[in-house]
Design a protein around this ligand. Sequence first.
Ligand SMILES: Nc1ncnc2c1ncn2[C@@H]1O[C@H](COP(=O)(O)OP(=O)(O)OP(=O)(O)O)[C@@H](O)[C@H]1O
Ligand SMILES: [Mg+2]
Length: 457
Amino acid sequence: MSLRTRLILLTGSWILLILLFFNMFIYNYIFKRTTDAENRMLWNKAQIILRNPLVHRPENWENSRLLWEFIADDTMIRIISPDNAVMAQISTNEQLTEYPAVYRTDYYSEVENSIEARMLFIQVPILENGKQIGQLELGKALNVIGSLMEILGQGLMITSISVMLFSILGGIFYTRIIIRPLRQMLETMRMIRSKGDFLMLGPKYTSRKDEIGRLGQTFNDMISHLQEHDRKQKQFVADASHELRTPLTVIESYTSMLKRWGGNDPAIRREALDAVQSETRRLKNLIESLLKLAEFEREEQVKLDETALVPLVQETKEQLEQAFNREIRFTASEVSKHRRLLADAKKIKQLLIIILDNAIKYSREPIDVTLADVSGFAELKIADKGVGISQEDLPHLFERFYRVDQTRNRETGGTGLGLAIAKQIIDLHQGTIRFESEVGEGTTVTILLPWKAQTEQ
Ligand SMILES: Nc1ncnc2c1ncn2[C@@H]1O[C@H](COP(=O)(O)OP(=O)(O)OP(=O)(O)O)[C@@H](O)[C@H]1O
Ligand SMILES: [Mg+2]
């Protein structure tokens, strides 16, 4: 069932329900009010009749003129004796006289509903010296009310049907207004899908201030997100294949050279083997980094544990000092020694290696690492006095495969993936990373990582 049919049906049945309820209410209300009025009139009439002292003498009951002056259209007046006998009766409506005469000792009122007519009866005791000697009964055929109610019923029916018709027509009209932009949007989306292009919805949908406008904006946001994702993906595949091809080309050319004539010349053989070895190492590193990046993208949830940063930096520093035979100076503030991170220790160590490895690769002098506590954050600064990075290059450092100087980096063997991985680790821990650098002077990397809240420690 389409949204439109559902809307029309829903509002239609709701209106029908309301109409039914109100019609019933109006009908019953009017009926009750008019019957009550008739009832009151009968009681008044009974009072007037009883005021006549002749009525209180049973010997007068036979006199037909006794009650005659009180009769009106569609009315019956009779007196019933204690033995259920009708002692006097006058009527202007035959049906009323068919109502069985029952002697009652109290005040009584009843609406009699039959298929042909609706009748109202009241009974009042006739008292003489405080003793009941008979019963006065007044009846009234509610013909006028009945036909009035019939007219009312018909009127209500006609108005209800018209209201229903108009509401359905209105429903068809207003749902069209509501649904039309949705349909058009759907059409555009279908077109986008069939063409496979990243088409956006026009301002007709997105500039509206309602839910449809928001839907349009969200759709466009999603498309541009997908587009960006697609662009990055394509860029990544292009970069990755380029990066993989370069070492493979080197390896291929050296091996074919060896095969052709280099095998006999020890110098050439050595050079070729060296090149093949270093390119293979490069390839291996590259593939490892690529796998790591892919792993980060797959992993949605990280396991965060309480981690002391000082020993982690200390340990990494010592390992790198040994491996590269370089000096790294580490100082930590007192506060930072006592506080903990909520972090994945292995990933933080990897982050430290990436940054320190760069500092080692791109400088010659000792490297300074400081750890301090800055308003709830661990502030780690890694400063080198190396080649530095120009202002134009700074914004691109975290892009995959981005290397400042391709030739310089070829010698240092970088893949340009280190900082892309570092950024992912930082994001995973809700931290920030900042580079400050001056070409020829050196680079300072500032990392901020939130400490675990102290109350939890
Ligand atoms: N401390 C630094 N001093 C100077 N240049 C740096 C420094 N850190 C990073 N860079 C520049 O940023 C580029 C990107 O760094 P990144 O670590 O991502 O790649 P890489 O070091 O070339 O390769 P790898 O993936 O092996 O780390 C580097 O190629 C280098 O040019
Ligand atoms: Mg690096």
